[in-house]
Design a protein around this ligand. Structure first.
Ligand code: ATP
Length: 284
C-alpha cells in the first residue's frame, strides 16, 4: 500500500514553546488515521503544516508526493487533490448553502455534484437557506460539504463533529467510511474517543508535541491484552475481579452459581480509559 503522508523529525516552535518536537508519521493510502491528544498537544500545528498553511522549523514532510512548503511548483494540482475541514468555520453567511457549495465547486477540476454533496452531509433541506441562519452543527456540516466538494484523494478533518447531535455524528461517520471506501485517505483530529474507535484504522496519540504511540484502536496501549474486569452480584453485593483470563473465570463462576450469574459483565478498558492512562502517566 502506498504512503500518502510521510513525516520525519517534524519541528515547530512558537518562541520558546516547542509545539511540535520531532514528530514521525506514515499515513497509508485508503486509511482513516486519527490524531489524538489533549488541548495544546500540537495536533493543529502538525496538520496545518501538512496542509501547507504553516511553515515548519525542521524535519521532512511529503504529502501526496510533494513538500507542502514548496509543492514543487504544482500548487494548484496539489490543492485540487486535497480536501480540508478546518477547526474554525467558513464565513459564507450571505450566500445560500447551495450557492456556497456551488461556488467552491468552481475552484476544482473534478468537483462532485453540489446537490449530491448536500444530500451526503444531510443539508438538502437547507439548500436555499442563508449560511448565517444555520445552527452550529449545520454550519459544521456545510464545512464538511465544502471540504469534500473537490473529490479529494486526501481529506483533513480537524475536529469535524464538534457541535453535532448524536444522530448527525453517526450519519457523519457513515459518510466518512463511504469516502474511505471510495478510495480517499482521511486524517482526522478529534477529542471524541468513541469517534476514533468507530472510524479510525489507526490512531496516533500526541502529547507535548511528541507522538507517544501509533497503533490500531484495539491495540493501543496494550489494550487488547489488558486485564478484564468481571463484575457480578453475590450475597447482595456487587463484586468485581480483574483477570487476564475472563473466560476461565466466568466458567468457574458459572459452575459455582450452577447457571445464570446475577448482573454479570466483563469489560476491557475502553479506548478512552487507555488514552487517559497514557496522557496521565505523561504528567507524572
Ligand atoms: P487543541 O486540541 O486545543 O486544538 P492542538 O493539539 O491542536 O490543541 P496546537 O493548536 O497545535 O494544539 O497548539 C500547540 C501549542 O502551540 C500550544 O501550546 C499553542 O498555545 C501553541 N500555538 C498554536 N498556534 C500558535 C500560534 N499561532 N502562535 C503561538 N503559539 C501557538
Amino acid at each position: 500500500m502506498s504512503t500518502v503522508i510521510s513525516v520525519s523529525g517534524l519541528q515547530k516552535s512558537y518562541g520558546t514553546n516547542r509545539a511540535v518536537a520531532g514528530v514521525d508519521l506514515e499515513i497509508r493510502q485508503g486509511e482513516i488515521f486519527a490524531l489524538l491528544g489533549p488541548n495544546g498537544a500540537g495536533k493543529t500545528t502538525t496538520v496545518e503544516i501538512l496542509e501547507g498553511f504553516r511553515h515548519r522549523d525542521g524535519g521532512t514532510v511529503s504529502v501526496l508526493g510533494f513538500d507542502p512548503a514548496t509543492r514543487g511548483g504544482a500548487a494548484q494540482s496539489w490543492r485540487d487533490r486535497i480536501g480540508i475541514v478546518l477547526q474554525s468555520t467558513h464565513d459564507a453567511g450571505d450566500l445560500t448553502v447551495l450557492e456556497s457549495v456551488t461556488h467552491f465547486a468552481g475552484y476544482y477540476t473534478n468537483p462532485k455534484n453540489p446537490r449530491e454533496v448536500l444530500d451526503l452531509v444531510g443539508l438538502s433541506d437547507k439548500a436555499d437557506s442563508l449560511g448565517r441562519t444555520l445552527s452550529g452543527g449545520q454550519r459544521r456540516r456545510l464545512d464538511v460539504a465544502l471540504g469534500i466538494i473537490g473529490s479529494p484523494e486526501l481529506i483533513f478533518l480537524d475536529e469535524p463533529t464538534t457541535g453535532f447531535d448524536p444522530e448527525a455524528r453517526r450519519a457523519f461517520w457513515g459518510l466518512i467510511r463511504k469516502l474511505r471506501d471510495e478510495g480517499a485517505t482521511i486524517l482526522l483530529t478529534t477529542h471524541y474517543l468513541d469517534e476514533a474507535e468507530a472510524l479510525a484504522d489507526r490512531v496516533a496519540v500526541i502529547n507535548h508535541g511528541k507522538i507517544i504511540e501509533v497503533s490500531t484502536p484495539a491495540n493501543l496501549g496494550g489494550r487488547a491484552t489488558a486485564l478484564a474486569t468481571v463484575s457480578w452480584r453475590e450475597g447482595g453485593l456487587l463484586r468485581t475481579q480483574e483477570t487476564d483470563s475472563p473466560t476461565k473465570f466466568i466458567a468457574e463462576l458459572s459452575a459455582r452459581f450452577q447457571g445464570e450469574i446475577p448482573e454479570l459483565s466483563a469489560k476491557r478498558p475502553s479506548l478512552e480509559d487507555i488514552y487517559l492512562r497514557m496522557i496521565g502517566s505523561e504528567h507524572e
